[in-house]
Design a protein around this ligand. Structure first.
Ligand code: ATP
Ligand code: MG
Length: 358
């Protein structure tokens, strides 16, 4: 059964208008090569440009349009450059994450030939709970998560709920079934006994429904040690919000460079592809930015669509897109941040050509 997909495209700020269209071109080539129906892209205003045209960095019309698409590509935003009051509001990706309850932040760390891996052979995925935990600003009780009872005392709270752990754990175990069939739970249940203890125990309850997936668990501090020494031995790692944020930066750098790290943010019905890096205003508009992170994020999005629609062509398109990026790098085509001389457009052309060859 083959499907046709409508995907949102939100360019965002800085290098966004350069790298997002590069990912669209690469995804189109991959879709073509995989025999997928042409993707219908819907460009939607976001960021500084949208403040100018719509009076908001995340116009309501953009949010409404996202309801009608299957998934979307989000460019980086540079909220620090917005005029007030926009700068002080919740940033564009935070607003979208909240609105669509994108509870799973999925961050792979995969080394590849020509990359700069600290631990070669790394191929793991961090599944980070994205709505609560120890980031007070994201908690269900936002606004009360962090406070100062006196000017000299600051208190932060962490929140873990059974339902939130159940859904993130299911996402991790489902993902593990499609990969190396192993899930590692990361927590700190010896100190944060109630909160991360609940996280651990609910993950283990969910594990019972996946007898085909091996499960183990580590304290967050021990996990950093294991990753540095043997990141290549892990498959899927599930953890709460703050631990996941820190671990995914560590893992991203161990596998290569953070600058090429992809991610998606997903609920059960919507997903948003987003590069791990920022808007890089220092190099914007010069056709030198590296589009790899957003291209690999688009590949993840195609695989996410494939899983939800049981669509082997979308899976093939995602795999071809990733293989095309790897082939271009292997052929020695690289942007300046990776030590090469290729422009964004030249690198994109190399990926499009490689996707067609594969
Ligand atoms: P943010 O707060 O938006 O996450 P940041 O402070 O983390 O931003 P980035 O925008 O990610 O900063 O940029 C950090 C450095 O990495 C900058 O020098 C930038 O030029 C470089 N950089 C980031 N993304 C890319 C890219 N895709 N290609 C090339 N260089 C990049
Ligand atoms: Mg950053």
């Amino acid at each position: 059964m083959t499907h046709s997909y409508a995907l949102g495209v939100l360019h965002g700020d800085g290098i966004g208008p350069e790298i997002v269209p590069a990912a669209v071109a690469a995804a189109d080539a991959a879709a073509r090569a995989a025999g997928l129906a042409p993707i219908e892209w819907r460009e939607l205003p976001l960021g500084l440009a949208a403040i100018g045209t719509h009076g908001s960095a995340v116009p309501e019309s953009t949010l409404d349009a996202l309801e009608t698409v299957d998934a979307w590509l989000l460019g980086p935003h540079d909220s620090a450059a917005y005029p007030e009051p926009h700068r002080s509001l919740l940033n564009p990706s935070g607003t979208i994450r909240k609105r669509f309850d994108l509870f799973a932040n999925i961050r792979p760390a995969k080394s590849f030939e020509g990359g700069r891996a600290v631990v070669p052979g790394t191929d793991l995925v961090i599944v980070r709970e994205n709505t609560q935990g120890f980031y007070a600003d994201r908690s269900t009780y936002a606004g009360t998560g962090e406070f100062m009872p006196t000017p000299d005392t600051a208190i932060a709270m962490g929140i873990i709920t059974r339902s939130a752990v159940e859904r993130i754990a299911r996402a991790a175990f489902e993902l593990a079934r499609t990969r190396g069939k192993r899930v590692t739970i990361v927590h700190k249940a010896n100190v944060l006994k109630l909160t991360t203890g609940l996280f651990k125990s609910v993950c283990l309850e969910v594990a019972a429904a996946y007898p085909d997936v091996a499960v183990d668990d580590f304290h967050i501090d021990a996990m950093t040690v294991h990753l540095v020494r043997r990141a290549h031995e892990f498959d899927v790692i599930v953890t709460e919000n703050m631990f996941g944020d820190i671990l995914s930066d560590l893992a991203g750098e161990l596998a290569g460079s953070l600058g090429i790290a992809p991610s998606i943010n997903a609920s059960d019905t919507k997903a948003m592809a987003q590069a791990a890096h920022g808007s890089a205003p220092d190099i914007a508009g010069r056709d030198v930015a590296n589009p790899i992170a957003i291209m690999l994020s688009a590949a993840m999005l195609l695989r996410w669509l494939a899983a939800g629609h049981d669509d082997p062509r979308a899976l093939d398109a995602g795999d071809r897109l990733e293989a095309g990026v790897e082939a271009a790098v292997r052929d020695g085509v690289a942007t300046a941040d990776m030590g090469g001389t290729a422009s964004t457009s030249a690198f994109t052309a190399a990926v499009v050509a490689a996707v067609g060859r594969a």
